[in-house]
Write a protein that binds this ligand. Structure first.
Ligand code: PLP
Length: 347
């Protein structure tokens, strides 16, 4: 981590708590806080710490992230969403982690008969990613698990297009068909991600919602508040004369004499090159990134040479949703690519 760096992220504790409470109230269910991929770039440990009293469970994508939570003293249930390397199952058992299974064959070959193993079955209701598709296979899997000492604690599926009612109703129907005649008392039955909660796609059969994006306040809803801001400092101001160019490839040419500011952050800090020409905010003014973004630097146009304060690259005035539109991507990607070396300050 760049403890002494000039580029930094702030995480707004009140906004994060507000969002978590909003999703719990709206759904009326317990909260599995999705903090995978370093909490979508927000900082997994920081987010987990803030949500300690609100989340009922954390969901991460890898064994490494799960172990990091345990090493840092987090004792809540942790679900690993992605498949793991079963060669490291001893770490799963030692650290009381829950894993996701999409097929029995791997487990049959590797897993000892232990009552420490906690499983969630993933059901594929249409995404065609992880999960088991066939009802008969699911029933056989559950029967097999019952012959073992393993703990079958959860079952879940995932909407692929929660903004599309037709697809989602089809997935709901499929999930219910898969759940039919299963005589098992699951502690966790979960279905809804952020947009699914917002679009009221939950079912009475579930116990939890599995929310990521909404916690971070970067979904299209007036009810949530953005949690992350990204700032950098101007390390140099310089005058550029008309017709001079700025940066690699002479991609920007001054149309008049102007002032520019140099910031010590670039694509190694998650500000990819497509950010050229997009707006940033400083000292009460909107301005823009000019020229090609470098690996560890970028240049902005200055409204005047005396501007003060830090440059907001993401935040209250320049939202991740807006940046996503500029980059032709989704807000998930804008924050998730912010690397772990950037320092995160909880405000
Ligand atoms: C399996 C699973 N559940 C839940 C989520 C959270 O989704 P969202 O961030 O839209 O709330 C994700 C995110 O990609 C996911 O892959």
């Amino acid at each position: 981590m760049d403890k002494y760096g000039l580029t930094y992220i702030t995480i707004n504790r009140d906004h994060l708590l507000h969002n978590a409470r909003y999703f719990k109230n709206k759904s009326g269910k317990k909260l599995i806080a999705v903090i995978k991929s370093n909490a979508y770039g927000h900082g997994m440990l920081e987010v987990a710490q803030i949500l300690n009293d609100e989340a009922d469970c954390y969901a991460v994508d890898s064994l490494d992230y799960a172990l990091s939570l345990r090493e840092h003293g987090f004792t809540k249930p942790i679900l690993i969403l992605n498949p793991i390397d079963l060669n490291y199952l001893d770490l799963v058992l030692e650290n009381d982690l829950m894993i996701t299974v999409s097929s029995l064959s791997d487990l049959q070959n590797t897993v000892p008969d232990t009552n420490k193993l906690k499983l969630h079955i993933k059901v594929d209701t249409g995404m065609n990613r992880f999960g088991i598709k066939c009802k008969q296979e699911l029933d056989e899997m559950i029967q097999y698990i019952k012959t073992k000492n393993w703990q079958l604690v959860g079952i879940y599926t995932h909407y692929h297009s929660p903004n599309n009612e037709v697809y989602s109703k089809h997935q709901q129907k499929r999930f219910l068909e898969m759940l039919q005649n299963i005589e098992h008392d699951f502690t966790y039955v979960h279905l809804c991600s952020t947009s699914a909660v917002l679009n009221d796609l939950d079912l009475p059969e579930t116990t939890h919602v599995r929310v990521g994006l909404g916690l971070y306040g970067i979904c299209d809803s007036p009810e949530v508040k953005p949690v992350l801001s990204l700032y950098s400092k101007i390390v140099l101001k310089k005058n550029v004369s008309v017709e001079e160019t700025v940066g690699y490839g002479a991609n920007y040419q001054a149309k008049e004499d102007m002032w520019i500011g140099v910031l010590p952050c670039g694509y190694a800090d998650g500000i990819i090159r497509h950010n050229t020409n997009r707006k940033v905010y400083i000292d009460g003014h909107y301005t823009e990134i000019i020229g090609n973004v470098c690996m560890n630097a970028l240049m902005i146009k200055l409204p005047h040479p005396d501007v003060k304060g830090d440059v907001e690259l993401i935040g209250e005035h320049v939202s991740a949703l807006e940046i996503a539109r500029h980059l032709n991507t989704i807000s998930y990607e804008v924050t998730t690519i912010l690397p772990s070396h950037l320092k995160r300050i909880i405000i």
